[in-house]
Design a protein around this ligand. Structure first.
Ligand code: PEP
Length: 258
């Protein structure tokens, strides 16, 4: 089964809605100049909530081949949840992807596997695709527990999802020690865990589901290391933080296959 590579840029809490216009246009022109073939890789921009309307307008107006993503969502439908944003609000703005369970949300906002699971279910119910983040911290890696720890997060975050739902979603393996640190997991390290995740999906569901689900690696991915990472059999894309704010870098990551 051919899984289409998916490169998602996570802008985090950077880029206001004015700056977003410049970044999207630069990215678009860089990719067009360099002959990007959108049939060979999918590019998704996961932007702050306040940029969604602007980026949606640019994508529609200029017929850009970018997917639009959010970085978080509430697990509740609506109501007295001050400051929260619902899946219905996002889907109405044409958002296609939502990152759930990023390690920064787990660490700073206390998100547990159960909360992330509830968010993933809501995202799916609203017809969007969750990018479910998993991955171990440095202490777990040093103790040699990284595979079991990450698989436990996979089981927790995918609880109650159907095989059909899992087949269509994206799992991002992001070792926390490699995020924003310049420290990249070796391609073998990344493959070890991504391969184990695919096997776990096969065990929890079936082979067809495991063959279909797309698994990203995330952690200091740059133009210089993306080809090696993408050369691994169980890695189908990248979740990119810092480098997604640099149009030339992100464009090169999207065109990793050239
Ligand atoms: C991320 O935030 O998901 C990430 C992988 O960041 P960076 O690429 O900067 O390590």
């Amino acid at each position: 089964m051919m899984r289409k590579p998916i490169m998602a840029g996570n802008w985090k809490m950077n880029v206001d809605h004015i700056e977003a216009t410049g970044l999207v246009e630069k990215l678009h022109f860089t990719l067009v100049d360099k002959d990007w073939d959108p049939a060979k890789s999918e590019a998704v921009l996961c932007v702050p909530f306040t940029d969604i309307r602007t980026v949606r307008t640019l994508i529609d107006g200029d017929r850009l081949n970018f997917g639009l993503g959010a970085q978080n969502v509430s697990q509740h439908d609506n109501g007295a949840y001050t400051g929260e944003i619902s899946t219905a609000m996002l889907s109405k703005l044409g958002v296609g992807y939502v990152i759930v369970g990023h390690s920064e949300r787990r660490e700073y906002y206390g998100e547990t596997d159960a909360i992330i699971n509830a968010k993933a279910l809501k995202v799916l119910a609203a017809g969007m695709t969750p990018i479910v983040c998993v991955g171990e911290g440095l202490d777990i890696r040093k103790a040699g527990q990284h595979v079991e720890y990450t698989l436990n997060q996979v089981r927790g975050t995918l609880a109650d999802l159907t095989a059909e739902q899992v087949a269509g979603l994206v799992i991002a393996y992001e070792p926390v020690w490699a995020i924003g640190t310049g420290e990249v997991a070796t391609p073998d390290d990344a493959q070890e865990v991504c391969g184990a995740i695919r096997k776990e999906v096969a065990a929890l569901y079936d082979e067809a589901t495991a063959e279909s689900v797309r698994i990203q690696y995330g952690g200091s991915v740059k133009s210089g290391n993306v080809a090696q990472i993408m050369g691994q059999p169980d890695i189908d894309g990248a979740l990119v933080g810092g480098a997604s704010l640099q149009p030339d870098e992100f464009a090169a990551i999207v065109r990793f296959y050239q």
